[in-house]
Design a protein around this ligand. Structure first.
Ligand code: ADP
Ligand code: MG
Length: 219
């Protein structure tokens, strides 16, 4: 569960402010986050993920007061609770698909690698149709396949919250639909809450709820 209370955020450069009196996302709920470019969608996701410091208000994720964590605690929190799918995917070209999926375990001491994790990697890859491509490099995959790798990587740590920032932005409409369904299905299987930034209003009926930045942000 995600609770945001009396959140206020401004960048030092000025010109933009975010003010969210209350936002509650239940466990296993899937939310589409819509709003024009520059309306603060990525900012909100990054505040929830703890990658932007919270200046004012409360952000509570699965019982953790994200706004009160130290930098070290925030890193552990992200590994434990958050799966992030970036628009730019951020796959590492010189690593295999398997290594890209397992990346959170390769770069964080807080994440404990084990045979169970290796097995989970296989199951996730199988679920998204990548089981026979685990040894490939990202440049040997289609864009849709790369997106699947990014989804598996976001799910490998069994996060309680999945945050996806325009995950289907660079895909053609039919692949986009397929990838969104995969993301929602895999997240539902994990019982995770999902917050997906999307511009595609034809996909909103796939979510349990839609939040518009225009009504969420009181500034
Ligand atoms: P969206 O994801 O809805 O397009 P963003 O959250 O990226 O919107 O940005 C909201 C506003 O904050 C924009 O006006 C943008 O220019 C500004 N902004 C985003 N990131 C930064 C940053 N790191 N420093 C200063 N301003 C930023
Ligand atoms: Mg954005």
């Amino acid at each position: 569960m995600i609770s945001v209370l009396n959140l206020e955020h401004q960048y030092r450069e000025g010109g933009f402010s975010l003010s969210v009196p209350e936002l509650v996302i239940e466990p296993a709920q899937s939310v589409a986050l819509i709003g024009p470019s520059g309306s603060g969608k990525s900012t909100l996701l990054n505040l929830i993920a703890g990658t932007i410091p919270c200046q004012q208000g409360q952000i509570i994720v699965h019982g953790t007061r994200v706004d009160q964590l130290s930098e070290a605690e925030k890193r552990r929190y992200r590994v434990r609770e958050i799966g992030f799918v970036f628009q730019e995917l951020e796959l590492i070209e010189h690593l295999s698909v398997r290594e890209n999926i397992l990346l959170p375990f390769l770069i964080n001491r807080a994440a404990q690698f084990s045979a169970t994790i290796e097995e989970r990697c296989l199951v996730l890859a199988r679920n998204v149709g990548l089981a026979n491509k685990l040894e490939r490099r990202p440049n040997q995959l289609s864009t849709g396949e790369k997106q699947r790798v990014a989804i598996c990587r976001a799910l490998i740590t069994s996060p309680t919250v999945i945050l996806a920032d325009e995950p289907t932005g660079s895909l053609d409409p039919s692949t986009s639909l397929e990838i969104l369904d995969l993301l929602l299905q895999q997240s539902a299987d994990c019982g995770a809450s999902v917050l997906v930034v999307t511009h595609d209003h034809s996909q909103l009926n796939r979510f349990s709820r839609t939040i518009d930045m225009k009504t969420l942000n009181r500034k």
